[in-house]
Design a protein around this ligand. Structure first.
Ligand code: NAI
Length: 413
């Protein structure tokens, strides 16, 4: 039994799911095998992930492979109610409502785990925390978990280092076919897509400050440059800072960047990246948003406390007026802007990420019981298979080593 906003919304959800399916050739290839081989027969899969059309296609793929699928969101603002209604009509158990309060969000996660899943797909680690805490009893059947994002992998590794992880977990985020494309090009495109349609402002000639020059930050900065912005990067890692300089960006501290920026994008996976002293130094009209997993990067509570007035200026934009009259704008409550105020990554990119997820879950279904507790890389054979599907879909051929080249290059025949 699903708990969703309104089953009458299903029609547009079906349209969105079917549209995405048309652009997911890797998932369609995998579907052929899953339908024939039923790798998840008799298994329950619990998922917590941004609940929109691409994710819906992953859930349906697992279902076609024999799984009983239970799903909830991983962020209160990224759930799309029409997609939830359509998924529920297609036989997936959905517990998710856009904009619900935190207790409801937590209740939905617990409902998703309560079926005692064999496999868990997590995005950000909220299911992990429940499984290692108050929902431990729901983990009795658990073979293993997969984790979609950088922040979730960091949480898993912390738990493992403390000896607290009681099951094997595959770091899907760290697979090449995931983070090289999803984090960099996916976040790069979808963050700007969300900022542009939410604000409708011009980017060329503006000063954009990108906090964090990791996989996501590189993409966000690259696309800001492409739109004609003057880009400033802030970092804590000296190597990444030099990389940003060599890529042509100005690098400085957030204290130095705060008075210069027209638009700020945090994407660090860290907390308190933009706080009170930065707000105090910002220009009138500066706009702030976050593309990192949790809403802890921009101190929105601190800004609220500093401001004399807050009001919705436009959908997903709240203005904060400071005592001296300056107004700062925050997009999507400081939650990851590309999903809370947009449609997330491009479909073709999520086709690659979710192909890795689907094959990683199959690997766990088949091999998970032989693995001890710990965080594992996704086997390279999965990256190789997904990249082959993608090249085939792109119609791109690449060279193969001759025996002589192989001996010279790899030292083997
Ligand atoms: P990453 O580890 O590759 O990069 C993060 C960068 O931020 C690092 O270079 C680090 O040195 C830097 N950093 C950390 N604290 C900082 C601070 N206080 N100030 C300035 N820089 C700081 O991680 P990745 O893959 O780029 O992910 C970043 C965040 O984005 C994570 O929370 C991840 O889960 C999330 N993410 C969001 C997506 C989206 O759709 N919006 C997609 C994929 C990941």
């Amino acid at each position: 039994m699903s708990e969703i906003k309104d089953s009458a919304l299903a029609a547009s959800g079906h349209q969105k799911i079917d549209w995405a399916y048309a652009y997911m050739p890797a998932l369609r290839e995998i579907e052929r095998d899953f339908v024939a081989e039923q790798p998840f027969a008799g298994l329950k899969v619990a998922m917590s992930i941004h609940l929109e059309a691409k994710t819906a296609n992953l859930a349906l793929l697992l279902q076609k492979g024999g799984a009983e699928v239970h799903i909830s969101g991983c962020n209160r603002l990224s759930t799309q109610d029409d997609v939830c209604a359509a998924l529920a009509e297609r036989g997936v158990t959905v517990n998710a409502v856009y904009g619900c309060d935190e207790p409801t969000y937590q209740r939905h996660l617990k409902m998703t785990l309560s079926g005692r899943p064999h496999l868990v797909l997590d995005d950000g680690g909220d299911l992990l925390e429940l499984l290692l805490g108050e929902c431990g009893a729901d983990g009795v059947n658990l073979i293993g978990t997969t984790e979609e994002t950088t922040t979730g992998v960091q949480r898993l590794k912390r738990r493992a280092a403390n000896g607290e992880l009681s099951f094997p977990a595959l770091a899907v985020n760290d697979a090449a076919m995931k983070h090289l494309f999803d984090n960099r090009y996916g976040t790069g495109q979808s963050t700007w897509d969300a900022i542009l349609h939410t604000t409708n402002i011009q980017i060329c000639g503006k000063t954009v400050v990108v906090a964090g020059y990791g996989w996501c930050g590189r993409g966000v900065a690259m696309r800001a440059h492409g739109l004609g912005a003057n880009v400033i990067v802030t970092e804590i890692d000296p190597v990444k800072a030099i990389e940003a300089v060599c890529d042509g960006f100005r690098v400085m501290t957030m204290d130095q960047a705060a008075p210069l920026g027209d638009l700020f994008v945090t994407v660090t996976g860290c907390r308190d990246v933009i706080v009170g002293r930065h707000f105090a130094a910002m220009r009138d009209g500066a706009t702030l948003c976050n593309a990192g997993h949790f809403d802890v990067e921009v101190d929105v509570a601190g800004l609220t406390a500093m401001s004399v007035r807050q009001w919705e200026r436009r959908k997903d934009i709240v203005g904060y007026q400071l005592a001296d009259g300056r107004v700062l704008n925050v997009l999507a409550e400081g939650r990851l802007v590309n999903l809370a105020a947009g449609n997330g990554h491009p479909v073709e990119i999520m086709d690659m990420s979710f192909a890795v997820q689907a094959l990683a879950l199959r690997y766990l279904a088949e091999q998970g019981s032989t693995l001890s507790a710990g965080v594992y890389d996704v086997p390279y054979t999965i990256d190789a298979r997904v990249s082959a599907y993608k090249l085939q879909a792109l119609g791109v051929s690449i060279d193969a080593l001759t025996p002589e080249q192989r001996e010279y290059y790899q030292g083997e025949c």
